[in-house]
Design a protein around this ligand. Structure first.
Ligand code: CO8
Length: 260
């Protein structure tokens, strides 16, 4: 039997998804993209998973879209492939599940674009990040031209996209592409799990709503974003979670959000 291209481990509200195509440095072909979409759908459906860590098997997180599979595409097929990949990554970003990219090695091209669609990026010291598409006569096609500039600003995104250069973890951290760098010898997944546990202890509805509002706010101007926040802020008062959270603080006890 052939090995699964993604492996999912569930631990309570946390799921760890490992991309398992190490012989091609986890390069994304159509099958793998479809599998990722399907995995996300099942995790959303189970109603249990609230944080998802995505990582790669072997020395790469994901080394990009599968170049061998792209080489003979025509223009309209390439456009479709771009739309398909964007659709999968949009679904990850829009999901109520908080996603953490645990970048264990190369995150290049489509691999960096996958990481950019995650809410949080934590890299090992060995991580190498970049959008090398121009070296192949291509441009990023899974959201990279859009998400990178939104995350780190136009000038830095322009340098990375136009040069196609890879950068190391400490530079990626310095420019805000990585939230944190985990030193060699330390456990990358362990660090990601600690963060996940911290998120899992908080009000699930509050976290879900905060994610939604931050993302919606990025698509609009400040005053409209503030209105979105006001409405969401009001709506949390209608739920039991805020009563439990504030009540627990005043009663000097740990909140129990699971009873909601
Ligand atoms: N696609 C297909 N196969 C790959 C890819 C890839 N992106 N990356 C690595 N591989 C394969 C290699 O061909 C090799 O296979 P084999 O053993 O059969 O020869 C195997 O993985 C191991 O790779 P290397 O021997 O090259 O390993 P090294 O450690 O020497 O080098 C690198 C590692 C530097 C990461 C190198 O593999 C590399 O440069 N890879 C390509 C990186 C790249 O250019 N990525 C961007 C791809 S384009 C893209 O992602 C566009 C996304 C948007 C698509 C929009 C749709 C139209």
């Amino acid at each position: 039997m052939s090995e699964a291209i993604t492996i999912i481990k569930k631990e309570g509200g946390l799921a760890i998804l490992e991309i398992n195509r190490p012989s091609a440095l986890n390069a994304l072909n159509e099958e793998l993209l479809k599998q990722l979409h399907q995995d996300l759908g099942s995790l959303e459906k189970d109603g249990q998973t609230r944080v998802l860590i995505i990582t790669g098997q072997g020395k790469a997180f994901v080394a990009g879209a599968d170049i061998a599979k792209m080489k003979d595409l025509g223009a309209s097929e390439a456009e479709k492939f771009s739309a398909m990949g964007q659709g999968v990554f949009d679904a990850i970003q829009a999901s109520s599940i908080v996603s953490i990219a645990a970048i264990n090695g190369f995150a290049l091209g489509g691999g960096l674009e996958l990481a950019l669609a995650c809410d949080i990026r934590i890299g090992s010291e060995k991580a190498k990040l970049g959008l090398p598409e121009v070296s192949l006569g291509l441009i990023p096609g899974f959201g990279g031209t859009q998400r990178l500039a939104r995350l780190i600003g136009y000038g830095l995104a322009a340098e990375l996209v136009f040069s196609g250069d890879m950068i190391g973890a400490s530079d990626a951290h310095r420019i805000g592409l990585l939230n944190r760098v985990v030193k060699e010898g330390e456990d990358l997944i362990g660090v990601c799990k600690q963060l996940a546990e911290s998120i899992l202890k908080k009000g699930p509805e509050a976290v879900r709503l905060a994610k939604k509002i931050i993302l919606e706010g990025l698509e609009t101007n400040l005053s409209k974003g503030q209105v979105l926040e006001q409405k969401a802020f009001g709506s949390v008062f209608a739920g039991k979670e805020s009563k439990e959270g504030m009540g627990a603080f005043l009663e000097k006890r740990t909140p129990n959000f699971s009873k909601e």
